[in-house]
Design a binder for this molecule. Sequence first.
Ligand SMILES: [Zn+2]
Length: 214
Amino acid sequence: MIKESDLQAEQASQREVVPAGDYYMQVLKAGQTLRILDLEGNQAADTLFYSAADPSERYSAMDTIREQGNVYLTAGTKLLSNLGREMLTITADTCGHHDTLGGACATESNTVRYSLDKKCMHACRDSWLLAVAENEQYGLTKRDITHNINFFMNVPITAAGGLTFEDGISGAGKYVEMRAEMDVIVLMSNCPQLNNPCNGYNPTPVEMLIWDAA
Ligand SMILES: [Zn+2]
């Protein structure tokens, strides 16, 4: 569902441009709003959320999909935790829908999907592992890296029930915005994937903007 935001970028309290292949790790306080802005279009932002109070509580694709009765995420979606609690609510979306089934790219999946010589290519899972290692204060480890949201990524379900990675539906300047319902750790890998069309074969930066509670 397309829904535009009333928030003005000039009034954001934090802004950070994240290059493709880099990560963003930040606490979003309850009441704050986060916008992920697709600066150049057709970029995938692979994102995980954890409760800042207890990171063993985390975003759950299964709970979110089951409760809303829809596999796609968009404005109005409540992002639920593995304890069934509301972590964030998507408040605006100019892209239309977002994937939470496709998973993140990894060196292992790159070799299975594409070829053995893709093993050394940069992947989202490595960016998350680096983020966890460089930010020990959050108390996260490798075992906390679980299923995620692929903001802006287009992964339609086929008639036969499969999934395909398709050319994106996002474009330059499109964004998705969400309000935190609890203090959450945001962990986003700006996808460096070069082998499928999730980034239009040209990974580009995204911007992360935060507004304080009104
Ligand atoms: Zn990726």
